[in-house]
Design a binder for this molecule. Structure first.
Ligand code: ATP
Length: 368
């Protein structure tokens, strides 16, 4: 096992900068997840660590060894891709054993490692089958097993669950987490699925357009996002955004929102200038649907009601004068009756309000 350190990594393809200024250090034994929208550079970072791609700039260390000029096969990393690439003519056992044989591991150790991996991934009953006799989920377990059996210093996993159906994906995700708790190998995992990122990671690296937006524990990324991109990317349903202008009227700080007003908490007012254009961020669970008017309520019209079982997702358009405008998502308890077309009020928890610069998306002021 080993730490993985990237120092100021960049990768350019001709005039295209795929990634830039990428620096982070994954401590020995931790599970880090790289997350971000399509094209943000996740796979390029992983391929650079694996030695399948060459950085235009910067240094990569595994343990204390500088890896820039070390060929991929000597880096002692195991990579698992979305396309599992098993050898079709070999049985599961032969697939699992292949990497070990290549490294000169003796038969007894190989058999013991295959046994352990097969048990923990629940593929022991499939060992004599060929890949075409397996389901997609089973093939993916074998691909993971092949990487685990090698006992590398580092695992690099690139969207390894994205070919699985929803149920299998949930199950395999939980198994992966358990496996990591058992074997403790340093792991870097790429996904665009923020649920995978939240559930698996010791630390999440949020990427956008080739650069790091924020690094933190799942809790920090959720509760304390550095900017609007991170705030809206992590969380499902995503954080709501409302265009607003900061104003002071008769000394009282307020937000003008679609011809309505909300009081601005003092902790945010100190960082704002009069008439500054901002976006207000509020998570769906930080609002309530109420019938009584109050200064910190926004009037809205219900457009959609989606029962989710444990809660109900209500979509409501904030009224701009008489006309509807921005649609907000609100989570309410199933016991509450909300009907499409209702004109109601949304009570915002002002302690949970975020403010972002309307132009740069940077976070303004502190949040709770
Ligand atoms: P996805 O989630 O869709 O797999 P990603 O976050 O993994 O995306 P990368 O595959 O790392 O993104 O690509 C990052 C950027 O680099 C993209 O804009 C991509 O078009 C560009 N890119 C990647 N490989 C090349 C290449 N060989 N030549 C030119 N541009 C490339």
């Amino acid at each position: 096992m080993a730490k993985v350190e990237l120092k100021d990594i960049a990768r350019r393809f001709g005039g295209v900068t795929a990634i830039a200024d990428i620096s982070f250090e994954v401590p020995d034994g931790e599970f880090w997840v790289l997350v971000g929208p399509s094209g943000c550079g996740k796979s390029t970072i992983l391929r650079t660590i694996a030695g399948l791609d060459v950085a235009t700039q910067g240094q990569i260390y595994i343990g204390d060894r500088l890896m820039n000029d070390v060929p991929a096969r000597e880096r002692d990393v195991a990579m698992v891709f979305q396309n599992y690439a098993l050898y079709p003519h070999m049985t599961v056992t032969e697939n699992l054993a292949f990497g070990l044989k290549m490294r000169g591991i003796d038969d007894k150790t190989t058999a013991s490692r295959i046994d352990t991996v097969a048990q923990s991934l629940n593929i022991a009953h499939l060992l004599d089958r060929k890949p075409r006799q397996l389901s997609g989920g089973q093939q993916q377990r074998v691909a993971l097993g092949r990487a685990i059996a090698r006992q590398p210093q580092v695992f690099l996993l690139d969207e390894p669950l994205s070919n699985l159906d929803a149920q299998l994906r949930d199950d395999t995700r939980a198994e992966l987490k358990q496996l990591h708790q058992t074997v403790g190998i340093t792991t870097i995992y790429v996904t665009h699925d923020q649920v995978e990122a939240m559930t698996l990671a010791d630390k999440i690296v949020v990427l956008n357009q080739g650069s790091i937006q924020q690094i933190g524990t799942p809790q920090i990324i959720y509760a304390n996002p550095a900017n609007q991109m991170v705030a809206t990317f992590v969380g499902n349903p995503p954080m709501n955004m409302l265009r607003a202008t900061y104003q002071r009227q008769a000394g009282a700080p307020a937000f003008a929102v679609h011809q309505q007003r909300l009081p601005c908490p003092e902790r945010l007012a100190a960082a704002l200038k009069p008439e500054q254009r901002i976006n207000l961020g509020i998570r769906p669970e930080q609002m309530q649907v109420v019938t009584a008017q109050d200064p910190w309520h926004l009037q809205a019209q219900v457009t959609l009601v989606e029962p989710l079982g444990r809660e109900v997702l209500v979509r409501a358009e904030v009224l701009d004068g008489a006309a509807p405008s921005t649609t907000l998502s609100v989570l309410v308890p199933p016991s509450q009756t909300v009907i499409v077309g209702d004109r109601l009020y949304l009570a915002l928890n002002l302690d949970a309000l975020f403010v972002f610069d309307a132009v740069t998306g940077d976070r303004i002021g502190p949040a709770e």
